[in-house]
Design a protein around this ligand. Structure first.
Ligand SMILES: [Ca+2]
Length: 654
């Protein structure tokens, strides 16, 4: 049993063509029945373990192939004619002479292709020869030649053929196969009672097309149940069915049998009645067409499912040999003809049917950051044929094995290397950071995300001037030219006494806030300061203590973003007060808001087109008119102007 139906393809099984001739079709069907019973039992849950035990380990670390079967079963077989196509016809046939060589008289019956009980359609050749041993196809009466063709929906292995005739076997017949769905055909075998007379071929010797002729299956006897046999692998011992040569020999998409010349049963010549009555015996008839083969899986599968294009015929779909492989050994494709997406670390190969070596596809090492990889011959050669997979990296990783973070990302040391979020984006400020010398274009250390700040720049992300530096720009920050700290935007020296004063509202319920020097003006990083507080002139003493350098009525003309700071153009409409350091005249003047923020606003707010009363300090170095959080800014009103003028005259002693 194992010799015919076991799945492996080594010498002991599967393709072992030499055993075929030992078995008549009936015996094969006995074996088939045994397997069917086993399957039925397992379906019923009776001997599941026995069944599984025979199936599960087949592909484990070795070459495997799906079970062999009759490729014709469950598929449409095509013929040119059928008996009784145009109504009921009479036909007759002779049986073999008995032991005393005495012929009996012809038996006659009727056929009609349209009546199930009288029909002999092509499908009767490919039904189960066990369940329906006496169903047959019959050609039209008088057909000089016929073609029996099996078209498969995909590629299969074809190992041998058994045709069981009901009529006497043809005096001449050919067997061909196609590997390209019928575009081209190759002759496999010529059959003739007289090879040289019929085909010009010497018995047993291959002709130019590689096919040989045999007279073994063309005798007139037996007149009933004569067999014609073909084996695709006469030298099976030395041929690997999965290798290139084996495939060339065994792969098929179509099988075609041409019945070229009828011959009569010799009993007919002895029958005197036939000469007189000219009995209708001139037809071909076939009981069984057994196209043995299997699904084509390159040694990488033990099961197959219906392939695209498979069209089940109405009945007899059990035990169909299907064409789409359920791939093992990490392979993929309808015929396991390639490696699965993440298993391209070495080149795909068919399994070895002689040694049993599975030639499994191997998984690429991608550190968990890829779902696919591709095979690269150069990488394969350079590794000494050990590893050729190149991962298609995800999760912001790169490198052959996704072992590195992409430029602009760093490895989070708190996450496992295989975690999808192990590479995090660098968060270094592009202006304040230096490119990391080992990572092309990356601003952070790929091993920990650390930023390297430009001179004078500080903060974890290199996004501001260090204390004691000012003027954040693309070359870094400049040191303050002061005894202590300085304004990080303007470089103005600051003294600790300056820091306590900010609270123009004088609201006693809110304590005076002491800002750190670098926070006070660094609205760039404390953008909430942009939501400016409404200022009110409630505490005249506090206003006076500010000792403003200027108090003006202005109309804002425009504001300009200069990158790290802003300039506001105003038209001075009235000078209420100015000290000696600034010399302001009516006309156009530039104000320098210090609290220019990343959001593009200033505090206090200066909207273009609006008139304001502005009181503020000046830059000691350049005499620039500053607007900052110590300034007093209110939309202009005549009453406000009068109030401030009164204040300046009466209370402030500037
Ligand atoms: Ca049959």
């Amino acid at each position: 049993m194992r010799s015919l139906h076991a799945p492996c393809l080594t010498n002991s099984c599967g393709f072992s063509g030499s055993h075929i001739l030992d078995l008549s079709p009936q015996r094969e069907d006995m074996l088939l029945l045994l397997l069917i019973s086993l399957a039925v039992l397992s379906d019923a849950g009776v001997s599941v373990e026995v069944f599984r035990a025979g199936v599960a380990p087949r592909c484990e670390s070795r070459a495997c192939n799906p079970r062999m079967g009759n490729l014709a079963l469950g598929r449409r077989v095509l013929t040119q004619t059928v008996c009784g196509n145009n109504g009921t016809e009479l036909y007759c046939s002779y049986s073999d002479p008995n032991a005393n060589l005495a012929c009996s008289a012809a038996k006659c019956a009727k056929c009609n292709a349209g009546l199930p009980l009288l029909s002999h359609l092509a499908g009767a050749m490919s039904d189960s020869s066990f369940r329906h041993p006496n169903t047959w196809w019959q050609s039209a009466e008088g057909a000089e030649s016929e073609t029996v063709q099996l078209d498969l929906e995909t590629e299969f292995y074809f190992t041998h053929l058994i045709v069981v005739f009901r009529s006497p076997r043809p005096a001449a017949m050919t067997l061909e196969r196609s590997q390209d769905f019928g575009r081209t055909w190759r002759m496999l075998q010529y059959y003739a009672g007289n090879c040289s007379a019929t085909f010009g071929l010497e018995e047993g010797k291959a002709g130019r097309d590689g096919a040989a002729c045999t007279s073994k299956y063309s005798g007139a006897y037996p007149c009933n149940r004569g067999e014609v046999i073909y084996r695709a692998l006469p030298k099976w011992e030395s041929l690997d069915p999965f290798g290139a040569v084996g495939q060339q020999q065994l792969r098929v998409t179509n099988v075609r049998i041409r019945l070229l010349k009828r011959q009569a049963c010799p009993c007919q010549a002895k029958d005197l009645t036939s000469a007189q009555e000219d009995l209708p015996t001139r037809h071909f008839a076939i009981y069984d067409l057994i196209v043995k083969g299997s699904c084509f899986c390159n040694g990488h599968a033990e099961q197959c499912v219906p392939a695209p294009g498979y069209q089940p015929i109405r009945d007899r779909t059990n035990h169909v040999v299907h064409g789409k492989c359920v791939c093992r050994h990490n392979t993929a494709g309808d015929h396991c003809e390639r490696c699965a997406a993440l298993y391209n670390d070495r080149p795909w190969q068919p399994a070895d049917g002689l040694t049993g070596a599975p030639h499994e596809c191997r998984k690429c090492k991608c550190n968990g950051h890829a779902q696919s990889c591709r095979f690269d011959w150069t990488a394969w050669r350079e590794s000494g044929q050990r590893s050729g997979g190149i991962c298609d990296c995800l999760h912001n990783t790169e490198g052959r094995q996704c072992q590195k973070c992409k430029a602009g990302f760093y490895r989070d040391p708190r996450r496992p290397q295989t975690a999808p979020d192990s590479c995090k984006p660098c968060s270094c400020h592009p202006m304040g950071s230096m490119p990391f010398h080992l990572a092309d274009g990356s601003l952070c250390d790929p091993s920990n995300g650390n930023c390297i700040c430009k001179p004078g720049v500080g903060g974890a992300h290199c996004d501001r001037c260090m204390v004691g530096y000012w003027g954040f720009h693309e070359y870094g920050c400049r040191p303050c030219d002061c005894a202590g700290d300085c304004d990080p935007f303007t470089g103005d020296c600051m003294f600790s006494s300056d820091l306590d004063l900010y609270n123009l509202e004088g609201n006693s319920s809110e304590p005076v806030r002491i800002f750190r020097a670098d926070e006070l003006f660094s609205a760039l990083h404390y953008s909430e300061k942009c939501e400016c507080k409404e200022q009110a002139l409630t505490n005249s003493k506090l206003f006076c203590t500010m000792n403003y350098a200027y108090v003006l009525k202005v109309k804002v003309l425009s504001a300009h973003d200069k990158g790290s700071h802003a300039e506001v153009e105003v038209k001075v409409q009235k000078v209420l007060s100015q000290n000696t350091k600034v010399k302001i005249q009516r006309g156009r003047v530039t104000l320098y808001p210090e609290s220019w923020t990343a959001r593009g606003c200033t505090c206090p707010i200066l909207n273009p087109g609006v008139e304001y009363l502005v009181a503020g300090h000046s830059d000691r170095k350049h005499g620039r008119l500053l607007v900052n959080m110590k300034s007093f800014v209110k939309p202009w009103k005549a009453s406000l102007g009068r109030k401030v003028l009164t204040l300046l005259k009466k209370d402030c002693n500037w």
